[in-house]
Design a protein around this ligand. Structure first.
Ligand SMILES: C[S@@+](CC[C@H](N)C(=O)[O-])C[C@H]1O[C@@H](n2cnc3c(N)ncnc32)[C@H](O)[C@@H]1O
Length: 263
């Protein structure tokens, strides 16, 4: 995906960090204020507030970032789809559940789980998305708001494929959650905008692996449950029939129960 993204500092103070980030992600670097060349899909902006991915082009929407202080995230907290996600994973069946979000993305779902009291290990294999997550976690840990700091303290990032996690880390988990890329049909404009950008950036990856391999790996892991998020009318991931499904208005959670969560 990296071909279509460049890194740019928003001001001279962020110049050195932008250079380091561009080198670590093997992305081209633009000087502060330099016009964005045509053909770029987005610019990864580095500033005092962290990182933001700004789509390029004349009708581009606003920047996408991981902001655990965002009001939208707070308002997503309880009810509806979030409550369904918690139920699918069996939140409440044991205290402080440990969940691996094996497809972390922008951590919208992981933040909901952390808010529900879970300890969440976030795996993200795409380096640029992992960089956005790391920056969001760093900013969140410094937030004035104790709720945000508490949330972020329950989130831990693994930069890399979930399948590269060591057996010792897997042994500590209660459940694995998967939300592999799927052609976007979600209703919320904000979610659609973010996911559309991610989808564009990760097109090749999604085509190469739509999540079937990850599900097989998760089902062979020593966890009590594996939950897969799917659009309402999508077929079961990899054709694997779940133990049961919880259906919301726009999405479905397919629950594979492997053993009991209750001690
Ligand atoms: C649809 S997005 C997930 C969105 C996320 N649930 C959220 O709430 O923001 C899927 C993400 O999973 C990542 N991914 C896919 N397969 C992965 C794997 N095997 N290990 C780690 N990350 C993976 C992709 O890079 C992408 O960022």
């Amino acid at each position: 995906m990296s071909r279509a993204v460049a890194v740019q500092a928003l001001d001279a103070a962020a110049d050195a960090s932008a250079g380091e980030l561009a080198a670590s992600l093997s992305l081209p670097l633009l000087a502060p204020g330099e016009p964005v060349p045509t053909g770029l899909l987005a610019v990864l902006q580095v500033g005092s507030g962290g990182l933001a991915l700004q789509p390029a082009g004349p009708r581009a929407s606003g920047p996408v970032c991981v902001d655990f202080s965002a009001p939208a995230l707070r308002h997503r907290r309880r009810g509806g789809q979030n409550e369904l996600l918690g139920r699918a994973l069996g939140v409440g069946k044991r205290p402080a559940m440990r969940v691996l979000d094996a497809t972390a993305g922008l951590a919208r779902d992981a933040a909901v789980l952390a808010d529900l009291g879970c300890e969440v290990l976030l795996a993200e294999r795409e380096p640029l998305v992992a960089a956005l997550l790391a920056a969001g976690l760093e900013q969140g840990a410094l937030a004035d708001d104790a709720w945000v700091r508490g949330l972020v303290a329950r989130l831990q990032l693994h930069r890399g494929d979930a399948r590269s996690l060591p057996p010792a880390a897997l042994a500590e988990l209660d459940a694995i959650y998967l939300d592999p890329m799927f052609p976007e049909r979600r209703k919320s404009a904000a979610v659609r905008k973010e996911m559309a950008l991610l989808q564009q950036l990760l097109e090749g990856d999604a085509a190469a692996d739509a999540g079937e391999g990850l599900l097989d790996w998760a089902l062979a892991s020593p966890v009590a449950r594996v939950v897969v998020k799917r659009p309402l009318r999508a077929p079961f991931l990899g054709g694997r029939e779940p133990s049961h499904s919880l259906r919301g208005k726009a999405v479905r959670f397919d629950v594979h129960v492997l053993r009991s969560l209750t001690p």
